[in-house]
Design a protein around this ligand. Structure first.
Ligand SMILES: CC(C)(COP(=O)(O)OP(=O)(O)OC[C@H]1O[C@@H](n2cnc3c(N)ncnc32)[C@H](O)[C@@H]1OP(=O)(O)O)[C@@H](O)C(=O)NCCC(=O)NCCS
Length: 157
């Protein structure tokens, strides 16, 4: 089932984040900061964290929220599945959930920013196969030879 974040989810989430091979240490730190921010403010305006749980064990999460200064564009800030539970369709269920969240909140775009690094190949394939397209790219964004790639899907109402 997919449900809202609870404060006592923190330990399992930190462990999942730290086990994610393609995240750099800095990315892990930022992912944990966002979880802490969401736990500290359950009605956070931008950070809505939803947990995929099976028999009390967390298998993944997504964090989705409205982009400031827009009236209907949402960011998928993070989507992570425990590396022991990947390739079983959990990511797709989380992505569908994020899209429904956007729909329920009368959004029109969902955007996911990612990197062009090889370690993100599987992640980019995941978005493409779920009918996201590349809506924007910025060369040498994160660092030289690491571009920003923005995937997006226009949500039909
Ligand atoms: C990207 C990510 C969230 C995808 O999660 P996932 O649970 O592995 O996703 P799914 O299982 O829905 O899909 C992954 C693949 O498994 C395949 N798959 C799904 N169910 C399957 C099944 N029952 N049997 C065999 N294969 C299956 C899908 O076809 C899919 O292949 P594709 O991506 O090449 O199209 C996950 O890989 C992840 O956490 N990556 C690290 C963190 C990251 O990069 N996050 C994004 C940036 S914040």
């Amino acid at each position: 089932m997919i449900r809202k974040l609870q404060a006592n989810d923190r330990e399992q989430l930190v462990s999942i984040i730290n086990k994610t091979d393609n995240f750099s240490n800095e990315e892990k730190k930022v992912a944990v900061e966002l979880i802490d921010e969401a736990i500290g403010n359950p009605n956070h305006e931008y950070y809505n964290v939803f947990i995929y749980e099976n028999d009390g064990k967390i298998a993944g999460y997504h964090c989705t929220g409205k982009r400031a200064l827009t009236d209907g564009v949402f960011d998928l800030f993070w989507i992570v599945v425990d590396n022991n539970g990947q390739n079983k369709g959990i990511g797709k269920q989380l992505l569908d959930h994020a899209e429904n969240f956007v729909k329920e909140n009368k959004g029109r775009w969902i955007l996911a920013e990612t990197s062009s690094k090889d370690v993100y190949n599987a992640t980019r394939n995941f978005y493409m196969r779920n009918n996201y397209s590349i809506v924007s790219q910025i060369k040498d964004f994160y660092t030289i030879n690491d571009n920003l790639i923005v995937f997006g899907k226009y949500i039909k109402t």
